[in-house]
Design a protein around this ligand. Structure first.
Ligand SMILES: CC(C)(COP(=O)(O)OP(=O)(O)OC[C@H]1O[C@@H](n2cnc3c(N)ncnc32)[C@H](O)[C@@H]1OP(=O)(O)O)[C@@H](O)C(=O)NCCC(=O)NCCS
Length: 194
């Protein structure tokens, strides 16, 4: 009963909360994914073991896996699940170089992201996180943003700090990062409130 009414409540809430499907920053365009992005995403980063090291998913073995993943991302924009994934492109281009996602639940927006290795270290993800967090915190009923990263993922922790989030906790044995270990690993939790 409780679960059903909670679900119903979140369906109503999510129907009222939809981030802008296109966000622009100084150097980036964040847009809704399309099925035709699969080849570029597969070639740019989805099969790269260094990129996926600290992620929840294993490197894709074929472009068909990337297509399947994108089908879910595209459907989520209209299924009221509260999940909104953006493809990241450099401004003036249409080729994906990464993705960033908002997940809305319990008055908060969880953020996750990935960028192709060729573009690391230029401040792009800090820029993208700033835009997405700003968009999420402007939505009705969203009081905060948060993210977790593996304690060894120094670049990601740095991105979250540079984007203005505060490290709140080290959560022990919290999430399985299957490319490192099949046992849950410690993560840092970062957050900011509106
Ligand atoms: C994490 C990731 C998104 C960062 O993207 P990015 O665009 O390179 O990030 P930025 O350039 O905005 O910032 C990275 C910061 O980390 C620092 N950094 C990167 N590797 C580092 C290392 N090994 N040790 C110390 N600092 C490091 C950079 O110097 C930079 O900080 P600075 O601006 O103070 O110099 C990118 O590396 C990535 O996609 N990694 C794989 C996927 C992933 O781990 N996603 C996050 C899951 S929680």
């Amino acid at each position: 009963m409780g679960i059903a009414s909670d679900n119903w409540q979140s369906v109503i809430e999510n129907a009222m909360r939809r981030p802008n499907p296109t966000l622009r920053t100084e150097r980036l365009l964040l847009r809704q994914p399309i099925q035709a992005d699969a080849e570029a995403i597969f070639a740019e980063y989805a099969a790269d073991t260094q990129v996926t090291r600290y992620l929840l998913w294993r490197p894709h073995k074929s472009v068909e896996e990337t297509r399947e993943f994108l089908r879910g991302c595209i459907a989520a924009w209209s299924d009221l699940s509260g999940r909104f994934a953006y493809v990241i492109t450099l401004a003036q281009t249409s080729r994906p170089v990464g993705m960033i996602e908002i997940r809305l639940a319990n008055f908060k927006a969880q953020i996750g992201y990935v960028l192709a290795r060729a573009h690391w270290g230029q401040g792009y993800m800090t820029e993208a996180v700033g835009a997405v967090v700003g968009e999420a915190l402007a939505l009705p009923g969203v009081l905060g943003a948060w993210a977790v990263c593996d304690v060894d993922n120094i670049a990601s922790a740095r991105v979250l700090a540079k984007a203005g989030m505060t490290r709140q906790a080290r959560l022990p044995r919290f999430i399985v990062h299957p490319n490192i270990d099949d046992q849950p690993r410690d993560v840092f939790c970062y957050s900011m409130t509106r």
